[in-house]
Design a protein around this ligand. Structure first.
Ligand code: HEC
Length: 181
């Protein structure tokens, strides 16, 4: 028997236990919603706290290890990339950089969509943005939640070219697509 003074308020408060008949679907839904809100809020702040690291100060969320970041700036990102790409194409190199460095937190059109986040910027503006991520200065507004974009000047340019092609697709390609609709 649960008779202790400590247990009393708990038992009285637990509606479903004392009065199972009165505990209807809307009670259940209310408690479910509370649980979801609590979990979502907790998960969100945990995610934001951890950014931009997956292992605090050792590995960024995109798998780049902090002590290797400067080396990658010298050697180029793609030397270590597991993605297959066409080395003779800036677009293809840029896509491999995107997959490796950005796609752990962004997609192009779905989750944190880069096409939307970069909308309205032209090629030069996109290149400036990537350069800012590359410089990763402590006073950058993105310093706290995005890792540095690591790689050579060429990697920066390739990624910018690739993203620009998504945000500002060449006219010819656009008209072919609309002609099919
Ligand atoms: C650790 C996760 C993470 C990685 C990796 C990451 N980002 Fe982000 N990025 C974020 C978060 C979080 C935001 C804020 C999203 C929002 O406002 O919805 C953001 C915002 C942005 C924005 C919008 C900025 C603005 O002011 O509106 C752009 C553009 C962007 N990221 C580009 C990139 C590019 C390019 C890369 C790869 C080089 C990258 N991000 C890698 C987490 C990341």
């Amino acid at each position: 028997m649960l008779t202790g003074a400590l247990n009393e308020p708990l038992i009285r408060g637990s509606l479903g236990y004392r009065n199972p008949v009165e505990f209807n679907t809307s009670h259940a839904i209310a408690i479910l919603m509370l649980a979801l809100v609590a979990t979502a809020a907790g998960e969100y702040s945990r995610e934001m706290l951890r950014k931009p690291f997956v292992i605090g100060r050792w590995m960024y969320s995109n798998g780049v290890r902090v002590p290797v970041a400067l080396k990658i700036d010298d050697q180029g990102y793609l030397v270590r990339s597991p993605w297959v790409y066409d080395a003779s194409s800036s677009y293809s190199r840029g896509e491999a950089v995107f997959r490796g460095e950005c796609a752990s937190c962004h997609t192009l059109n779905g989750y944190r969509p880069l096409v939307k986040l970069l909308a309205g910027r032209d090629a030069a503006n996109i290149a400036n943005f990537i350069t800012m991520l590359h410089e990763h200065k402590p006073d950058s507004p993105y310093y706290r939640f995005m890792p540095p974009m690591v790689g050579t000047r060429q990697d920066v340019q390739d990624l910018a070219n690739y993203l620009n092609a998504q945000v500002n697709p060449p006219r010819a390609a656009g008209s072919i697509l609309t002609a099919h609709k």
